[in-house]
Design a protein around this ligand. Structure first.
Ligand SMILES: [Zn+2]
Length: 60
């Protein structure tokens, strides 16, 4: 299974696909050479739950 990432290099911004086994490890963008950390599933979940649109319900 592949993990889809976006290169954090603003001049690159390529979509990268890395193996699931690289979660929590650092990989290098094959296009610009930028080192990036592959987020774990838990990190991805935490990020998603921080989204105010999903966590905060308007108390009307
Ligand atoms: Zn890149």
């Amino acid at each position: 299974m592949l993990v889809t990432l976006l290169c954090p290099n603003l001049r690159c911004r390529r979509v990268l696909q890395v193996p699931d086994t690289t979660r929590g490890h650092r990989v290098r963008c094959g296009h610009c050479g930028q080192i990036l950390t592959v987020p774990t599933k838990q990190q991805q979940k935490a990020k998603a739950s921080k989204d105010p649109r999903t966590t905060q319900t308007p108390s009307a």
